[in-house]
Write a protein that binds this ligand. Structure first.
Ligand SMILES: [Zn+2]
Ligand SMILES: [Zn+2]
Length: 422
């Protein structure tokens, strides 16, 4: 077991007077401050280089810190050691008969997992083990992939922060937070990855991210990070908006079609791709233009109604071939007429899975988003689709995965996993 000093915990009776010394006199920098509801404590971290000082102030009389201060006065409270795998560390300690306060790891500050060793087993020192929240690598690079006669180019329209609970439905946080750690507001970082599909004649774009029409309030709520967005991605791919011949919607939620339109010079909303024909599924269009309380916040009319007004919209039905080799396939579930795109050439198949597999973390069949209107329909589709994708080696595109654009679904010893390609 390898352990590194992470921080030293100091119980304080009054944070402000303590900071007058540690911050103002010693000149230490306050890094962050966070209330840990479950512990009835406010933790304030001071940077000391390799490790930190954690000032702990009780927020309620029943807090362990309040009791500690009452009994022994303010002062050193614990030493925290960082480990890579806290579950393995606890197994290691239990096997040696070490007395633990926490038999199981529990959530601590900054999305970490923590567990305490009893001071009686650690020579009078209260020792905290801490496994920091995994850092999510954010991937944006425009990347090409040849699929038969097609060239596929995965693009990025930046990142959006959506509620982790809503993204994973009935799956408990303890299971998903290790893969996609949430921020203080429980939001997880998600990519928005449109896909270019081109052959010698046609350049098609599937979905277009959230675009740039969101106001400051929504930008903040959704934690939009568009420092790198679709215009950058198109430029990186050597393309401009004028090069796009067809724009295809998987479904009409704002994080997929916000980039279909933009503000024109006079403030009117106009198609973003001036030479393109836009394609949407007819029944999805009906749902999107007649929203109800449950889906209204996702169907923002300014993203698609101007396309009809501009006369550039084509509505199609199930299984329509949009360009030779590119077809809609209805998955339903997420919205009743949510479509994945099947892209086939010379015996090879790629699938743009949109919100059916929003990320590679959503591979297990029951890991279905809480956002889905008909989650059992999503489950039914996934059950049939996964064995097919494994057997036929479909290249799957994950539109919302923050770190991975595409990969193959594999199965080994009864376990499914994604082999990353892009
Ligand atoms: Zn959606
Ligand atoms: Zn989405």
């Amino acid at each position: 077991m390898k352990a590194v000093l992470d921080h030293v915990g100091i119980a304080v009776s009054d944070l402000q007077t303590s900071l007058a010394f540690f911050k103002d006199v010693l000149g230490l920098h306050v890094e962050s401050s966070e209330e840990i509801e479950s512990q009835r404590v406010r933790a304030t971290f001071l940077n000391t280089g390799q490790s930190t000082l954690e000032m702990l102030e009780a927020t309620a009389p029943e807090s362990a810190i309040a009791k500690f201060v009452e009994k022994r006065g303010a002062g050193m409270h614990h030493v925290a050691l960082r480990v890579d795998d806290i579950d393995a560390a606890l197994v290691h300690l239990k096997a040696r008969g070490i007395r633990l306060i926490d038999e199981k790891a529990r959530p601590g500050a900054e999305g970490a997992l923590v567990a305490f060793i009893h001071p009686s087993a650690a020579h009078g020192v209260l020792v905290e083990l801490k496994q920091p929240a995994a850092k999510v690598e954010l991937f944006t690079k425009a990347t090409r992939h040849a699929l038969g006669d097609f060239e596929l180019i995965t693009l990025s329209d930046g990142f959006i922060g959506l509620d982790g609970g809503a993204m994973f439905g009935v799956v408990p946080r303890t299971l998903w937070e290790k893969r996609l750690p949430p921020d203080d507001s429980n939001r997880i970082p998600l990519g928005m990855r449109p896909l270019i599909v081109r052959n010698g004649n046609t350049t098609a774009l599937i979905d277009a991210g959230c675009g740039d029409k969101m106001d400051a309030k929504l930008t903040q709520i959704y934690k939009l990070d568009r420092r790198y967005h679709l215009d950058h991605a198109l430029a990186e791919a050597g393309l401009t908006a004028d090069d796009i011949d067809i724009v295809v919607a998987s479904h009409l939620h704002f994080d997929h079609v916000g980039g279909f339109t933009k503000f024109g010079k006079d403030g009117a909303i106009v198609p973003r791709f001036p030479k393109a024909r836009y394609v949407a599924h007819r029944a999805e269009w009906e749902d999107a233009t007649h929203p109800h309380e449950r889906n209204r916040a996702s169907y923002l009319q300014e993203n698609f109604v101007p396309l009809r007004e501009a006369g550039v919209l084509t509505l199609v039905d199930d299984a329509t071939e949009i360009i030779p080799g590119v077809k809609y396939r209805r998955s339903g579930g997420h919205t009743p007429n949510h479509q994945v795109l099947m892209i086939e050439s010379r015996g090879k198949t790629a699938v743009f899975t949109a919100d059916m597999y929003p990320t590679s973390v959503h591979i297990p069949d029951p890991w279905v988003m809480g956002f889905d209107l008909l989650p059992v329909d999503t489950l039914t589709f996934k059950r049939g689709f996964a064995p097919e994708a494994i057997e036929r080696e479909y290249l799957l595109f994950f539109e919302h995965d923050p770190s991975m654009a595409a990969g193959y679904l594999r199965e080994k010893d009864g376990k499914r996993f994604v082999e990353r390609v892009i």
